[in-house]
Design a protein around this ligand. Structure first.
Ligand code: FES
Length: 114
């Protein structure tokens, strides 16, 4: 059973090993990366000047921003030069042939339907 916070965003077959893909889930732009048999989710917006990381280069677990070359580890979102700068990370899972991303709802009242 998938918890309510996990949202289906694409078919598992649409993201092959060693590939990355940008998706929009609940209004957030998220980069999904399939590497080492796992799926990682990080913000698709570079904290330097906001370029989309989807057009960058993936090498192992490191994605390089296409604009000015900043590199991030998709396992934890850390900028490799300075881990004080991070991309937001999202837990992902595969279930029933689909990829799910966990979107935590920061709005407490929405859980109450308010
Ligand atoms: S916008 Fe990503 S490195 Fe500059």
């Amino acid at each position: 059973m998938v918890s309510d916070n996990f949202k289906a965003c694409l078919k598992e077959s649409e993201l092959k090993e060693g590939q990355m893909k940008g998706v929009r889930v609940s209004g957030k732009s998220i980069l999904l990366v399939r590497q080492g048999g796992q799926i990682f989710g990080v913000s698709n917006s570079c904290p330097h000047m906001g370029c989309s990381l989807e057009g960058g280069i993936l090498s192992e677990f490191i994605v390089m921003c296409p604009c000015h070359g900043w590199k991030f580890d998709v396992r934890n979102g850390n900028y490799v030069e300075n881990d004080a700068i991070t991309l937001e990370s999202y837990r992902c899972k595969i279930e029933n042939g689909k990829v799910y991303v966990e979107i935590k709802d920061g709005n407490f009242l929405s859980h109450l339907g308010l």
